[in-house]
Design a protein around this ligand. Structure first.
Ligand SMILES: [Zn+2]
Length: 227
């Protein structure tokens, strides 16, 4: 893509990117709606530029960042393979079925994960686990550990990774302990799935059954009053 001295937008318009929209979470094409102006990029000698696109599905703005390089006096190249999404889609989860403290901690963990801050994500997972222990009472830690052990085999997690992630979730008291093992993207992906499974099995499943039972009870009560 190029920014020409006449600011003609064709080369940017004609290059299509497909992303998962951070607003509507749909996998969709985006269309450029705001393109850096040649004279400003030249004047400030910008090495990086942003292009604002619209999501073709929900029309919300989506920003992409690129490196810029001068090709000749009338052309600045936008280097396509340096593309970075400025705002990433947030991983979602059924937080409304969780106790408030657990939901708030895990919501923040998901924000860290979505922004690729994997060590902050791990620290917030630990904090989520501590809130779970408080909610679940005396048996909390044992139940979480049992659930982790249960999912290890079917998920095919290797022993080293498993022990390391288990240490993050179960050990210590400080949510942001400086001696927490370092978490990269590969480990963060597994940690996310472990946390989702534990939260689902220990909170959400029973909350959904309770909700369904309550709905059924209300339906029956309603029918009785109608008769
Ligand atoms: Zn969208």
């Amino acid at each position: 893509m190029r920014i020409n001295s006449d600011n003609h937008p064709t080369s940017v318009f004609d290059r299509h990117f497909k992303i998962t929209c951070p607003h509507c979470l749909t996998s969709t094409n985006i269309t450029a709606v705001s393109i850096p102006r040649y004279e400003l990029v030249s004047r400030f000698e910008l090495r990086k530029v942003g292009v604002c696109y619209m999501c073709n599905n929900c029309k919300e703005p989506v920003f992409l960042r690129f490196e810029a390089a001068r090709v000749d006096p009338s052309n600045i190249q936008i280097v396509e393979n340096t593309v970075e999404e400025v705002e990433l889609p947030k991983v979602t989860f059924e937080l409304n079925y969780l106790p408030l403290e657990v939901a708030e901690a895990f919501d923040e963990a998901l924000t860290c994960y979505s922004n690729q801050c994997y060590n902050a994500f791990a620290a917030m997972c630990r904090r989520t686990a501590q809130s779970m222990f408080v909610e679940l009472g005396a048996e909390g830690k044992t139940r979480v550990e049992a659930q982790l052990d249960e999912v290890k085999e079917p998920a095919g997690i290797d022993e080293e990774t498993y022990q390391m992630l288990k240490q993050i979730i179960l050990s210590g008291h400080d949510g942001a302990h400086p001696h927490l093992p370092k978490v990269n993207i590969e480990r963060a992906v597994i940690l996310l799935e472990l946390m989702k499974d534990v939260l689902y099995q220990l909170f959400i499943r029973s909350a959904k059954i309770r909700e369904a039972t309550e709905l059924r009870r209300q339906e029956i009560a309603q029918k009785k009053t109608e008769n």
